[in-house]
Design a protein. Structure first.
Length: 330
């Protein structure tokens, strides 16, 4: 298990299957435990069925799933294709690391660095939407417009979709654990980065899909058609549209799950403050500050999350989270 999550995307299919089984088991046990304890009115007597089923390995599983999920959420695409994170969030990360006497490293390493480089049979595509929240057919080409940039492809979309699917399963597990125990330790900076990245990319994908289906875009000649014959250009465009139509909603749901996790964990930190005089107020402030910066950056309360069909629940969740943050002296 530990090897699967730490070495992702190696054995990516197996990792996704493991997370699927884990999320199903935890969901089923959570439901059974809830029904049993309430049905027999024996709350607090029966040992949590999840802990009983997974035993001593549960804390390690939780830690690895947290690390895996927050890392994948921060890198839905490689770093060079991601929008910038809010400067205030990066500054806060430096402050926290300096307080912990940890050395900051500017180079972002991600799971994308472990991907194989051989993509000769993969369809070459324009760079994905996301960088600076803008997109253009010209992103397929170098700045002088004469050479095709071979850095993005159908295969990379496949990896991105697979990672997002695994992320969604990991977040289901974490939400269940927070609801049942509330004892997880979650890094607010990493969670805020994930919210920013997943939301920004989901919004960029939503904007691109909307613009590509508009009447004005249909009358424009695609740059793909200038470099490929018409049939290849149409095929490449369809491959890209299919990939984005799959990826966008997954990332939108992941962003919503990350917001839910932030709300649940914030509630857990507040409970610790009220119940234990030794609980760290600094941890609460740091976590709350990071989440507030993510909300300020994404403006989800105002614009929602791209690629989500019904944003009403998302808007309600985000506004509730903002209310949770108000009493914290940030």
């Amino acid at each position: 298990m530990e090897h699967l999550l730490r070495m992702y995307p190696r054995s990516g299919d197996l990792t996704e299957k493991f997370l699927l089984v884990l999320s199903l088991v935890v969901s089923a046990l959570s439901e059974n435990s809830f029904q049993f304890t309430h049905g027999d009115q024996s709350q607090g007597i029966q040992k949590n069925q999840i802990e009983r089923a997974l035993g001593n390995s549960l804390p390690l599983i939780e830690r690895r799933v947290i690390d895996f999920g927050l890392h994948i959420a921060s890198f839905p695409f490689p770093s060079s294709f991601l929008p910038s994170l809010p400067k205030a969030l990066i500054d806060l990360e430096r402050v926290i690391l300096s307080r912990q006497r940890q050395v900051t490293v500017n180079v972002e390493k991600s799971w994308w660095d472990r991907l194989p480089q051989d993509e000769q049979k993969s369809v070459r595509l324009p760079n994905p939407p996301g960088r600076n929240n803008s997109y253009s057919d010209t992103s397929l080409f170098s700045q002088n417009g004469n050479n095709i940039d071979h850095s993005w492809s159908e295969e990379k979309y496949s990896f991105s979709i697979s990672a997002a699917s695994s992320l969604e399963l990991a977040l289901i597990f974490l939400k269940r654990r927070l609801k049942s125990s509330g004892l997880l330790a979650i890094d607010g900076i990493a969670l805020a980065k994930g919210i920013c990245r997943c939301t920004d990319i989901a919004n960029a994908i939503g904007n691109h899909l909307a613009s590509s289906g508009s009447s004005s875009s249909l009358t424009k000649k695609s740059r793909l058609e200038e470099y490929y014959d018409e049939s290849l250009a149409l095929h490449a465009k369809q491959v890209e549209e299919d990939a984005l139509s799959t990826l966008g909603p997954i990332l939108g749901r992941c962003s919503e799950s990350l917001l839910t996790i932030a709300s649940l964990y914030l509630r857990s930190l507040n409970d610790d403050q009220q119940n234990s005089p030794h609980a760290s107020h600094r941890a609460l402030v740091d976590f709350g500050s990071a989440i507030k910066m993510a909300l300020d950056h994404t403006q989800i309360e105002r614009v929602g999350i791209g690629c989500i069909m019904d944003n009403e629940s998302t808007l309600k969740l985000t506004r509730s989270l903002r209310e949770q943050l108000r009493p914290i002296a940030i």
